[in-house]
Design a protein around this ligand. Structure first.
Ligand code: ADP
Length: 151
């Protein structure tokens, strides 16, 4: 018997969770697509954040819902605007890796005020996008924890 309370055990358990245990499938678009196509993809794939990748599947940018909404407010033809014009670019993208702690990613989501981060793998061509962690990932985890009867 460790003498630890239930909540101490729960906290320790949560602090050990790694990104790879919870990461979801990423949705990415190529850097050559138009803003119009990115909006279509966001609806079709039912995600709030799109990752923009080059021909090697390496990360070059991020597109949020508001990035796309903002670009839709003018009179431009959205099918003629390439996504690099409006995306948030590397190296200003917050990323995580599969062995990072999930709580550290949660802290990043709060401190950077973003909805999600890509899970990346280091390759010779850059950072390959292999997953995503979002606020929904965190909400799902909270629900799972409250459904379990034992720790
Ligand atoms: P929304 O803009 O729809 O509220 P976010 O809060 O996720 O969604 O995005 C806010 C801004 O931060 C956007 O301009 C977006 O491009 C950028 N952003 C989103 N995710 C990241 C990330 N992982 N790293 C850096 N910037 C990001």
């Amino acid at each position: 018997y460790t003498g630890k309370t239930g909540s101490e055990l729960l906290t320790e358990k949560i602090k050990r969770y790694k990104v790879h245990e919870f990461q979801q499938v990423p949705v990415a678009v190529n850097e050559k697509v138009s803003v119009y196509d990115a909006i279509s993809t966001m609806f079709l794939e039912d995600v709030g954040t799109l990752f923009v990748v080059d021909e090697n599947s390496c990360l070059v940018g991020v597109l949020s819902r508001k990035d796309l909404l903002r670009s839709s407010m003018g009179r431009q033809d959205l099918s003629s605007i390439p996504v690099p014009i409006i995306m948030t670019r590397m190296p200003n993208i917050t990323v995580c890796r599969k062995n990072d702690l999930l709580v550290d990613v949660a802290h990043q989501l709060i401190s950077k005020q973003i909805d999600g981060v890509p899970v990346v793998k280091d390759t010779e061509n850059g950072l390959e996008v292999i997953g995503r962690i979002t606020k929904t990932t965190m909400t799902k985890l909270l629900v799972e924890l409250t459904m379990e009867d034992t720790i």
